[in-house]
Design a protein around this ligand. Structure first.
Ligand code: 13P
Length: 351
């Protein structure tokens, strides 16, 4: 393992106030988002979608790395350039989602366990050859009055850690994503309690299995009340709770924390990250960044709507959201002057 190279890559992914673009929806997830907009669900339309994303002018001003999916990393631009090379040429580090999805957790109704460890060593070696320099694995923790079970937290933390160790062995920076879902009517306090327990378990496993903390990125949820909870905290309260939760559970050796958006509206995700920067940045041991999928892509996807004539407007919207999030890392995002409307202001369910 080349530790220096891993550390350099991890640092580069959160440098210069940039963040990650998670354009790694699996085919079924991408198809569901297309279906809602009446966009045909074919490999070629998915390729076209990804082509205009990776060729968005100026994207590298705000995006340090882009997470691809197995289908996408094998696809090319119309001129024959592989997407991974097109990204690298633009100054964006190519990454790859390597889990095979969250499946029913046997013996634990309603809970999930992420699959994909079998054969992972070989897949990572292939992705490295294809240009990927970091990888992502998403664990899903379901929150309700009685969930998560300790079993689901431990099993998911163990799988995340086995993935992370294999990534570092292969020269890829692991993006470790234990997502506590926003669905439900739970309070912010309950999200905080569960997120802390999950993160402590994940880092205990990472320590036990010898994963190098300096060479990974954590991708957590923000600490929020559930989507249907009647009490929704202010932006500042969410920022404070999230930072406090992370300070209590994430070791200082980790170079960067890049949030998922988890179904928050694009504007709220930017505003909450901005509040964390304004109120806490100078006192944090790690960089606070973003690794959004919906909160960067969804407004642009809706503008595009599968129409060639809308590509330039969609690229402008994508560039805009990426820029808003870079501004948020600097504490310079202003929701009042963020002109975006439509889905930028509404929550986006995963399905
Ligand atoms: P969202 O930002 O849409 O939650 O997606 C992040 C992600 O990569 C989920 O795995």
């Amino acid at each position: 393992m080349n530790a220096e190279r891993l550390i350099d890559t991890a640092k580069a992914l959160v440098a210069d106030d940039k963040g990650l673009l998670a354009m790694d929806e699996s085919d079924p997830t991408c198809n569901k988002r297309f279906a809602k907009l009446g966009i045909p669900q074919t490999a070629e339309v998915r390729r076209t979608y990804r082509e205009w994303i990776v060729t968005t002018p100026g994207l590298a001003e705000s995006i340090s790395g882009a997470i691809l999916y197995d289908e996408t990393i094998r696809q090319r631009k119309s001129d024959g350039t592989p997407f991974a090379k097109a990204l690298a040429d633009a100054g964006i580090v190519p990454g790859i989602k390597v889990d095979l999805g969250a499946k029913e957790f046997a013996g634990h109704p309603g809970e999930k366990i992420t699959e994909g460890l079998d054969g992972l060593r070989d897949r990572l070696a292939e992705y490295f050859q294809m240009g990927a320099r970091f990888a992502k694995w998403r664990a899903v923790i379901v929150l309700s009055d009685s969930l998560p079970s300790r079993a689901s937290i431990e099993a998911n933390a163990h799988a995340l850690t086995r993935y992370a160790a294999l990534c570092q062995e292969a020269g890829l920076v692991p993006v470790v994503e234990p997502e506590v879902l926003m669905d439900g009517d739970h309070t912010l306090e309950r999200c905080d309690q569960v997120t802390q327990e999950v993160l402590r378990t994940v880092f205990s496993q990472l320590y036990r299995q010898g994963v190098m903390l300096e060479g990974l990125i954590l991708k957590p949820n923000m600490v929020l009340a559930g989507l249907t909870c009647l009490k929704q905290e202010t932006i500042d309260d969410v920022a404070d709770a999230t930072v406090r939760c992370l300070l209590r559970s994430v070791p200082a050796a980790v170079p960067g924390i890049a949030f998922l958006s988890g179904g928050q509206s694009a504007k709220l995700a930017s505003a909450r990250l901005n509040a964390m920067s304004v109120r806490h940045k100078s006192r944090l041991p790690w960089a606070l960044a973003f690794s959004f999928a919906r909160a960067i892509q969804q407004p642009a996807l809706e503008i595009w709507h599968g129409q060639e004539a809308h590509v330039l407007a969609a690229q402008r919207a994508l560039y805009h959201r990426a820029s808003c999030n870079r501004a948020a890392r600097r504490g310079e995002y202003d929701a009042a002057t963020d002109g975006e409307t439509g889905s930028a202001t509404s929550e986006v369910p995963r399905q």
